[in-house]
Design a protein around this ligand. Sequence first.
Ligand SMILES: NC(=O)c1ccc[n+]([C@@H]2O[C@H](COP(=O)([O-])OP(=O)(O)OC[C@H]3O[C@@H](n4cnc5c(N)ncnc54)[C@H](O)[C@@H]3O)[C@@H](O)[C@H]2O)c1
Length: 254
Amino acid sequence: MTRRILAISGGGQGIGRAVAWHFAANGYAVSIADIDADAAEATADKIVHDGGLALAHRADVSVVADVERWVEVTQAVLGCPDVVVNDAGISRNAPFLSLAETEFDRVIAVNLRGCFLVTQRFARRMVAADRGGAVINIASTRALMSEPNTEAYSASKGGIVALTHASAVSLGPHGIRVNCVSPGWIETRAWKHGDRASIPAQSERDRAQHPVGRVGVPDDVAQACLYLAGSAGFVTGQNLVVDGGMTVRMIYEP
Ligand SMILES: NC(=O)c1ccc[n+]([C@@H]2O[C@H](COP(=O)([O-])OP(=O)(O)OC[C@H]3O[C@@H](n4cnc5c(N)ncnc54)[C@H](O)[C@@H]3O)[C@@H](O)[C@H]2O)c1
């Protein structure tokens, strides 16, 4: 059987690690890029230990040379991806009036430029291979609503939603669907690398903010990605909100 191939950025920890594992469990060979080489290796090692096929590559998604090297290595070792997931992301929350432009630029560079670069460079290979495929960008409910002092992160995620529908239109004629997933509150502490991992404690108040009655877990996002990569053949350019209903719950306290 020919394995389908996933390329995922940020797959070393958190949501990306769960996405990598779930795709591997569904028969995908997985190419993992992360700025944290040890974390990427750990995700790949677990996949291989479980009988799958994976490669780990250190790359900063905001750096063209890093992205192009990752694309080359993926092509040489595994082949052209069927699915690309842009998960790598950072936040730098700071008071708006004192937010340094360098910090703003870094968040945009990793979250938005990185998403553009990875998609464009892999899409060149996918178009040449003429097999179609799917791109899934990890945005955030913060693209749609905000707390104070989150301008850089929110702007980057809003940009990803727009980049998603624009590139869906451009790549559609090549059989490549592009969608994004907007997670809400996803508890990732158990999915951190090494001694950064911890078991979270959540209160009843945390759970009650969600109509489904719980905080999200990385598997929730992974399931949404599997859907968009697989059976969602008539879905492109969309933003799938995965937040347990948090953003549709009206706060009304007369
Ligand atoms: N956890 C949440 O509640 C939540 C909610 C909404 C959206 N998201 C988004 O989901 C994605 C994953 O978030 P997470 O909570 O799992 O974070 P995380 O920090 O656990 O994982 C992010 C991974 O990306 C890697 N990374 C960071 N900068 C990179 C770079 N320049 N190049 C390559 N890799 C880089 C990190 O090393 C890390 O392994 C992010 O895009 C985040 O914005 C998370």
